[in-house]
Design a protein around this ligand. Structure first.
Ligand code: OAD
Length: 244
């Protein structure tokens, strides 16, 4: 561990929200339990049966919105507030637990549960209530063209230009609670490492992506991440004292 990182990127996945009571995607009884991915998370499914896909996300919405951030989300906020570096969060999660924890610089590359996008004009509607096949776009006034602002398989990720810059710049890349099987997010570690970042993985287990991580920290993110953040802050503080 160095003591003076300038640009930190934290990639988060469903595992960081597990201790907030939200099921991960690929665990038994995961979020897609009883719903084959092909039915609720592909652009073809939405084109085939938009009402069914809207229903699925309308049901998920109150569940995600009721969840509270856990010590892992809060540790990231603490790091952002106390560590003198640019710290960005790239999240694959559609929940808003990073926002609820008070974090900044959050890139929701897979979209957000509380948004819908108009396929006619591109307007992004922020809403905590249901969206369905009748919903009218408040911008272009066309009905029936709203899609959950969730990136489905077959669609491009959001904010990729920003993400690309961040991965090139960062000198510390931390991945928390992601299985590393969904691309392109799974390749971010490789890009960051290629451009010189030190890389850490926080997970319950070794993932298929493990080759690109310099360090593996096993355990529940709600326990391991606060500890790591304290260590980073302590190392930085002692380096600071040393320099004065
Ligand atoms: P996954 O469900 O694939 O993986 C969750 C990972 O978190 C697993 O590797 C678990 O071992 C780990 N994990 C579980 N609990 C943990 C804990 N308490 N602390 C640390 N790690 C823990 O979820 P993602 O990798 O996020 O996309 O899935 C990627 C994408 O797949 C999702 O964003 C979703 C889906 O396609 C969309 O919905 C667009």
């Amino acid at each position: 561990m160095k003591k003076d990182y300038q640009h930190i990127v934290i990639l988060t996945g469903a595992g960081i929200s597990a201790e907030s009571g939200l099921a991960t995607f690929r665990a038994a009884n995961g979020l897609w339990n009883n719903h084959p991915v092909e039915d609720v998370a592909t652009i073809e499914a939405f084109q085939r049966n938009p009402a069914y896909v809207h229903d699925f996300y309308n049901e998920l919405k109150p569940l995600l919105n009721a969840a509270k951030p856990n010590p892992a989300h809060l540790a990231i906020t603490k790091l952002q507030q106390e560590y003198p570096a640019k710290i960005s969060i790239i999240t694959q999660n559609v929940d808003t637990l990073h926002e609820k924890a008070g974090s900044q610089n959050i890139y929701h590359i897979h979209g957000q549960i509380n948004q819908a996008v108009c396929l006619n004009c591109g307007h992004v509607l922020e809403t905590f209530t249901d969206v369905d096949t009748e919903t009218t776009c408040p911008h272009c006034q066309i009905s029936g063209m709203m899609k959950p602002n969730i990136v489905f398989f077959g669609e491009n990720l959001l904010y990729m230009e920003d993400v690309d810059k961040l991965l090139h710049q960062c000198d510390l890349f931390i991945s928390v609670g992601t299985s590393g099987v969904v691309f392109p997010a799974a390749s971010f570690v490789q890009i960051a490492k290629y451009y010189g970042a030190e890389t850490y993985e926080f997970n319950l287990e070794l993932t298929s992506n493990n080759l690109y991580f310099d360090h593996h920290i096993y355990g529940k993110a709600g326990e391991t991440l606060p500890r790591f953040v304290s260590e980073l802050l302590n190392a930085q503080a002692s380096a600071d004292n040393h320099n004065h």
